[in-house]
Design a protein around this ligand. Structure first.
Ligand code: F1P
Length: 350
């Protein structure tokens, strides 16, 4: 039972070519090409996938995106315009807050799309069109492979729109697709580091708090890393945009504070390096995710985990995996039930 999170990550990375498709959403592409704005709603891990989607759709498809907790959307009177599209993301397809957001958006006349795992689920039934991620049943309660599958769909969506709009040349588009094909192998490379990751967690299992930092498309991954640790290990953890650290959280840093930093060689790599130096100078314990051959971060961080190189916009699909494994191993070491964490339900239907 305790292995199921790892098995679900292993068993399902929904990136096989035949499974990369946009389902019913492909029929909505003409509308998406005309969209003034996409409003993404979801809860928990699905909300984090939405934040990655915001980065992808703005960067690759040139569409303004807003991402909102479905659990808040329903409690205000959101302005939805004629050419706005609402996109609901939910693993279970039954989350009450997300379903309520779908209904509200429909009442306001929006076109509502869905990304759900479960065929025939409530959200899938009530949206105008959608994609099933077919990420298999999550064995555990905490969402893991669903996150990867949701991001894979959002990536394909952003790439298709960007290509159709002429924002991505044929060559660039092909480059992205080819790299998507390579990602399952790269994920397997990360999974082979399982023992190394397990060793690293031996020193972390008793920490009462943890901080996760990332920039750009890695910021939502930092949030997701923190959420997984909270959900299955019951350790208080917070994710922040790396630049936000100096606006408060830096006060928490001392030698007892593990700080997970996603330091892959992305656009803002240099800035991340200076964030790591700030944490180190306050004696924080930096565990950094790096690309191979990064001697700079290796020199300053206490621990590093290597992630294969990939295109920046695709890298959340890789960087989240070691963070999921870290939470899993810490939870096991602490004797927590990783499949049925206390107080959590598979579908939050109230
Ligand atoms: C949303 C969610 C999950 C979380 C937990 C509680 O579910 O917050 O992300 O891991 O299971 O529910 P969903 O709408 O994606 O099914």
């Amino acid at each position: 039972q305790v292995y199921s999170i790892r098995d679900t990550i292993r068993g399902r990375v929904n990136l096989e070519a035949s499974e990369i498709f946009l389902g019913g959403i492909s029929e909505m592409l003409p509308k998406l090409l005309q969209a003034d704005r996409i409003i993404i709603v979801g809860c928990g891990t699905s909300w984090h996938a939405g934040l990655v989607g915001e980065y992808l759709l703005e960067e690759l498809a040139g569409i303004p995106v807003e991402v909102e907790y479905a659990s808040e959307f329903r409690y205000r009177n959101p302005i939805i315009r004629e050419k706005d599209i609402v996109l609901a993301i939910s693993q279970s397809g039954e989350t009450a807050d997300t379903l309520a957001a779908v209904r509200l958006a429909k009442e306001k006349g929006a076109t509502v799309l869905g990304i759900c795992n479960v065929v025939g689920s409530g959200i899938a039934r009530e949206t105008d069109a959608g994609v099933y991620t077919h990420a298999g049943p999550e064995i555990g309660v905490a969402s893991t492979k669903a996150f990867t599958a949701q991001i894979a769909v959002l990536t394909m969506l952003a790439l298709s729109i960007g290509h159709k709009k002429g924002l991505l040349s044929d060559e660039k588009y092909r480059n992205y697709i080819q790299e998507l094909y390579h990602l399952p192998n790269k994920i397997n490379e990360i999974l082979k580091k399982d023992e190394e990751i397990q060793q690293l967690t031996l020193l972390l299992k008793d920490c009462p708090n943890a901080i996760y930092l990332g920039r750009g498309c890695q910021y939502p991954v930092a949030l997701e890393g923190a959420l997984k640790l909270k959900e299955i290990s019951y350790i208080h953890a917070e994710g922040y945009p790396a630049a936000e650290m100096k606006h408060g959280p830096i006060a928490l840093i001392d030698e007892k504070m593990p700080v997970f930093v996603i330091a892959t060689r992305d656009t803002y790599y240099e800035k991340i390096v200076s964030n790591i130096k700030e944490v180190e100078s306050r004696k924080g314990n930096v565990i950094a995710l790096i690309n191979p051959g990064d001697e700079i971060v290796k020199d300053i961080a206490q621990q590093t985990i290597e992630i294969p190189d990939t295109l920046e916009s695709l890298s959340p699909l890789l960087t989240v995996i070691p963070l999921q494994l870290i939470s899993y191993h810490i939870a096991v070491l602490r004797g927590c039930n990783v499949d049925m964490p206390r107080n959590l339900a598979k579908s939050v239907t109230v």
